[in-house]
Design a binder for this molecule. Structure first.
Ligand SMILES: [Zn+2]
Length: 459
C-alpha cells in the first residue's frame, strides 16, 4: 500500500476505539461543558485553548491564528502517506436561550437513555471530538496516520464566519489540501449517513420603510401614508405564491443539475410526505409530488424568505395607531453560480423599477457565496466505502445541502474539493434549539467512520 500502513491495520484501530467508549464520551463532555457562545463572547478564549490542548494530546503541532474576531485553531499532523486531508470544524456554538426550555442545563452535558444533551454537541463539538478520537486511535495503535491532516477549527461559524475569508487568503498554505472534510453530518431517518458535495449561499438584508414622521392616531389614516402598507406592497413584489422570485435576472446565473446530480436525487429523494405531516401543512410549495422533483426543488431552488416582520403595535388587545416605520428581515438562499453582491444590486434595481425606490435596503453580515464540488471525487469515494464498512449500509449521497456555510471561501476558491458528512447528528438532534442532543451510538460510529475514512482516503 502506498501509505506504508500494512493491510489489516484498520481492525485493531476499530477495536481500540471500542475499548475506549467511556474515555471518548468523557472527552466530549469536557468540550460541551465549556461554553463558547460567539454571539455573546462567552468562553471563547477558554474554548480555543481547550481545542489547542486536545489537538496536542492527539500529537498535532498547533497554532492559534489571530483574526479580527476570534482566532482560528490550526492543528497539523504528519501521516505515513502523501495525501493531505483538511478537516474543517468550528468551536463556537449558538446561544443557549431560552434556558427554561431545556430539560437539563445546556452546558451540563447530561446523558439520559444513551443520548447526550448539550448546546453545541451536534453543532459542532461532537463532530470535532469524533474526528480527534479517530486520529488518536490511529496514533495509539500504529504510531502514525494513513494520511496528512490539517485541522482548521474556527470560532465564528455561528455568527456568519466574518473573518474566515481573510484568514484563508492570508494563510493559503494552511488551506490547500487534496480535499476538505466539512464540519457537519447526520444520519437520515432510516439510519443511513448522508454525504453532500456543496452548500447554498446567502444574502441577508433588512428592508425599512418610513411613512409619516411619528406614529399617528389611526383616525389620520384617510390622509397619512402608511409605512406598514408600503412595506407589505414592496414585499409582495418580490415573490409569487409558489415561491418563485420575481426579481428580473434573479435566476440568470443558476446552474441546473447535471445528469449525475439528477441521478443521485432520483436515487436518494427526500420524503415530502413526512415533511408535510411533520409541518402539519396541506401541501408543499410547487406543483409536483414526485420525490425527485421535490428534492431538486429543495436543493437547487434559490429562495427569498421573510425571517421577521415588524411595525406598529403587536401587544395584547387593541391600540389604534398608524405606525411611522416598518421593517423586515429577508434571507435569500443562493445556488451556484449566484453571487450575493449581484443579487443585492438586482434587488435594489427591482425595487426602484417597481416604484419602491424609497424602501431602504441594508445588507447584514453573513453573506456567503454558494459552494459546489464535483460529486465524484476521491474523498467522496473514500467516505462511501468507509461508511459502507462501518454502518453496514450504503450512505445517501446528495449533490448538496439546502443549508449555508463558509465552504466556498475556504475550499472551492482555492481549488480544494469539499465534502460534508461522517457526523454525529440524527433527525431529532434539535440543532440551534433547546435540548440539542446526539445519540452516543452515533458518536462512536462517527469515530469509526472517520478512522476508516483516513485509510480509504490515503489508499
Ligand atoms: Zn450551527
Amino acid at each position: 500500500m502506498p501509505t506504508g500502513i500494512p493491510p489489516g491495520s484498520l481492525e485493531p484501530v476499530l477495536a481500540w476505539i471500542d475499548a475506549r467508549h467511556e474515555a471518548a464520551i468523557a472527552d466530549l463532555q469536557r468540550f460541551c461543558r465549556q461554553p463558547s457562545v460567539a454571539a455573546q463572547g462567552w468562553g471563547m478564549d477558554e474554548m480555543a485553548d481547550l481545542v489547542v490542548e486536545a489537538l496536542e494530546e492527539c500529537g498535532a503541532s498547533t497554532s492559534l491564528v489571530p483574526t479580527a474576531g476570534f482566532p482560528v485553531v490550526v492543528g497539523r499532523l504528519k501521516g505515513a502517506g502523501s495525501r493531505h486531508l483538511a478537516i474543517y470544524n468550528h468551536y463556537d456554538v449558538q446561544p443557549p436561550e431560552p434556558l427554561e426550555a431545556w430539560s437539563s442545563p445546556p452546558f451540563e452535558a447530561q446523558i439520559r437513555d444513551g443520548v447526550l444533551y448539550a448546546r453545541g454537541v451536534a453543532d459542532n463539538k461532537g463532530n470535532l471530538v469524533a474526528r480527534l478520537w479517530a486520529v488518536r486511535a490511529w496514533r495509539a495503535v500504529h504510531g502514525t496516520l494513513p494520511c496528512n491532516i490539517t485541522f482548521l477549527v474556527e470560532g465564528e461559524e455561528e455568527i456568519g464566519s466574518p473573518h474566515l475569508a481573510e484568514f484563508a487568503a492570508a494563510n493559503q498554505e494552511l488551506v490547500r489540501a487534496d480535499a476538505c472534510l466539512w464540519e457537519a453530518g447526520y444520519r437520515d431517518p432510516g439510519g443511513a449517513p448522508v454525504l453532500y458535495a456543496g452548500l447554498k449561499g446567502m444574502l441577508y438584508v433588512e428592508l425599512h420603510t418610513r411613512g409619516v414622521a411619528f406614529d399617528l392616531h389611526s383616525s389620520q389614516a384617510p390622509l397619512a401614508p402608511s409605512a406598514a402598507w408600503r412595506l407589505v406592497a414592496a414585499l409582495q413584489s418580490l415573490r409569487d405564491p409558489d415561491g418563485r422570485v420575481c426579481i428580473p435576472g434573479f435566476y440568470d446565473a443558476v446552474r441546473p443539475p447535471t445528469e449525475r446530480e439528477r441521478e443521485l436525487m432520483r436515487r436518494y429523494p427526500i420524503d415530502g410526505e413526512t415533511m408535510r405531516r411533520l409541518w402539519q401543512v396541506e401541501r408543499l410549495l410547487g406543483s409536483s409530488d414526485d420525490p425527485a422533483a421535490l428534492t431538486e426543488q429543495l436543493l437547487f431552488e434559490p429562495t427569498c424568505n421573510i425571517c421577521g416582520l415588524w411595525s406598529g403595535y403587536s401587544g395584547s388587545g387593541t391600540k389604534t395607531i398608524l405606525p411611522a416605520t416598518a421593517g423586515a428581515k429577508l434571507d435569500f438562499r443562493l445556488v451556484p453560480d449566484q453571487d450575493p453582491a449581484t443579487i443585492l444590486d438586482l434587488l435594489r434595481r427591482h425595487l426602484a423599477d417597481q416604484g419602491f425606490g424609497d424602501v431602504e435596503v441594508i445588507e447584514l453580515e453573513g453573506s456567503e457565496r454558494p459552494a459546489q464540488s464535483p460529486v465524484d471525487t476521491p474523498l467522496m469515494e473514500a467516505l462511501i466505502s468507509s461508511a459502507q464498512r462501518v454502518y453496514g449500509a450504503a450512505p445517501r449521497v446528495l449533490p448538496r445541502m439546502a443549508a449555508t456555510g463558509p465552504m466556498e471561501q475556504l475550499c472551492q476558491r482555492y481549488g480544494v474539493p469539499a465534502i460534508g458528512g461522517a457526523g454525529v447528528g440524527h433527525p431529532g438532534s434539535r440543532v440551534h434549539a433547546p435540548d440539542e442532543n446526539i445519540r452516543i451510538e452515533d458518536f462512536i460510529l462517527a469515530i469509526k467512520h472517520i478512522a476508516a475514512l483516513l485509510l480509504d482516503f490515503a489508499g
